[in-house]
Design a protein around this ligand. Structure first.
Ligand code: TRP
Length: 457
């Protein structure tokens, strides 16, 4: 007799798990960096447009495939087509999701370390008015040390391991239902604190006042890839989660809700970070080190007169990052786990162990490439940057174009409409609008941006 397949227990659990996948380091760490580098509000505007025109329809496309096929991502596409071009899209997800996971856990480890540094008061004690040099050396010494980052990565990976091994309902869903509301409460508290920082207005202006002269082609492309990354698209996460959805879930509504939550969290992260950054006079374009060098300094300086506030704000901020990273990493973990579990018919626990072993191995190389293995370069990039570059620049857009064309043009319209309207019980308007976007807008926009990144356009 066929074994009963895992499933989510409630609609709330589904939204929390999928929003947990979407809301991650991408929103709180990557989004402010990209916004800072690309001129603030104008970038935010393009990002929002990309979420609506590309993000929501592609998310729905992944939901459709996952729930229709009711199996892991690698096999899901095979149920809808036997042509190798389409049937293998799922493999891009399994491979890409696994690569992202391997560097994601490294950054998540740093975040954990910084949470502890905020709790034990190190971040507060290192503060020197007017410069971030202490934080710079703290971060530099930490990431280039061979052991310490590995230890934190290990702790993070083991946490994910136990969550995933516990199963879809008892692990992923249960934790997401606790972590996501907690994350939201912390966000609101931090936004309130940050808005009261002296000089917060400059930060708000930067985030909300669009300067269109900064809107270069490359800024637009960054906004599109940021939207993809932030919504966890094209790497199998949402397709895998959707394979655990019940047949009564309104997938259009879920895709819209999850995208709104994700964009809201990104804007709230901006509301926390930019007022603090501007109030302390730090350059918002300080790049990936923003969260680990500029921000600890900014939080201390923004609340200089009340040190306890800066202590609490830093601590809450890193707690927020840890929670966000955990729920996202869980979704990345689930993609190869579900595949191995079903492909080789081995238990979920054993499958999780395989994923953990590979993740630890490649994660170690990623982590060491920030220090002792820094000279090991391919195409001028270390292993860590290579993993990010290869997945976000190549695999995500390629898989995005394929998914949009596949669902928009190759799969029979009736199959899509029937699945998305839950067998005709929901109104088809939403499904039709999404199908239109998948057919005409998404492939063109993603292809154009892909070609532009390659310098062809
Ligand atoms: N969306 C997550 C974030 O914002 C990261 C993530 C999870 C992801 N799954 C993904 C990114 C799949 C790309 C593809 O941090």
């Amino acid at each position: 007799m066929a074994q009963q397949r895992a499933s989510f227990g409630s609609k709330f659990g589904i939204i929390m798990a999928a929003a947990g996948s979407a809301v991650g380091l991408g929103n709180i760490w990557r989004f402010p960096i990209e916004t800072g580098n690309n001129g603030g509000a104008a970038f935010l505007l393009v990002y929002m447009v990309a979420v609506v025109l590309l993000g929501v329809p592609l998310m729905l496309a992944e939901f459709f495939i996952g729930r229709y096929a009711h199996t892991n991502t690698a096999h899901a596409y095979k149920k809808l087509s036997s042509h190798p071009l389409w049937s293998n899209i799922g493999f891009i997800g399994v491979l890409g999701g696994s690569i992202i996971l391997c560097y994601y856990v490294v950054v998540a480890g740093w975040v954990m370390k910084y949470f502890f540094l905020s709790v034990d008061g190190t971040l507060t004690s290192l503060y020197q008015p007017g410069n971030a040099a202490n934080y710079e050396s703290l971060f530099g010494n930490f990431v280039s040390n061979p052991w310490s980052p590995l230890l934190y990565m290990l702790v993070f990976v083991l946490t994910c391991h136990f969550a995933i091994a516990s199963g879809v309902q008892k692990g992923i869903e249960k934790l997401s239902k606790i972590f996501m509301p907690a994350l939201f409460v912390i966000l609101v508290v931090l936004v309130i604190f940050s808005l009261f920082a002296p000089g917060a207005q400059a930060g708000l202006k930067f985030l909300f006042y669009p300067d269109f002269s900064k809107l270069t082609t490359s800024a637009m492309l960054s906004a599109i890839s940021q939207a993809f990354y932030s919504l966890s698209l094209c790497m199998g996460c949402l397709c895998t989660y959707a394979s655990y959805f019940g047949k009564d879930v309104n997938m259009v509504r879920s895709a819209v809700s999850i995208s709104v939550i994700d964009a809201l969290v990104a804007v709230m992260a901006g509301l926390i970070i930019f007022p603090a950054v501007f109030s302390s006079g730090i350059d918002p374009q300080s790049g990936p080190s923003l969260a680990f060098i500029a921000l600890p300094a900014a939080f201390q300086s923004a609340f200089e007169s009340v040190p306890i506030v800066s202590y609490v704000v830093s601590m809450l901020f890193y707690a927020l990052l840890v929670l966000a990273a955990l729920t996202s990493a869980m979704s990345l973990y689930e993609v190869p786990t579900a595949y191995i579990h079903e492909r080789w018919n081995i238990s979920r626990k054993t499958a999780t162990m395989v994923v953990t072993a590979v993740c630890l191995l490649l994660g170690t190389v990623c982590s060491l490439s920030m220090g002792v293995l820094g000279d090991m370069k391919l195409f001028g990039k270390n292993f860590f940057d290579l993993c990010d570059y290869f997945t976000t620049t190549w695999m995500m857009p390629m898989s995005g174009i394929l998914i949009a064309i596949f669902v928009g043009w190759v799969v029979k319209r009736e199959i899509f409409i029937n699945e998305v309207t839950n067998g005709g019980t929901l109104r088809p308007t939403g499904a039709n609008i999404m199908l239109f976007l998948l057919r005409w807008i998404a492939p063109v926009l993603v292809l154009a941006s892909f070609l532009a990144v390659l310098g062809v356009l």
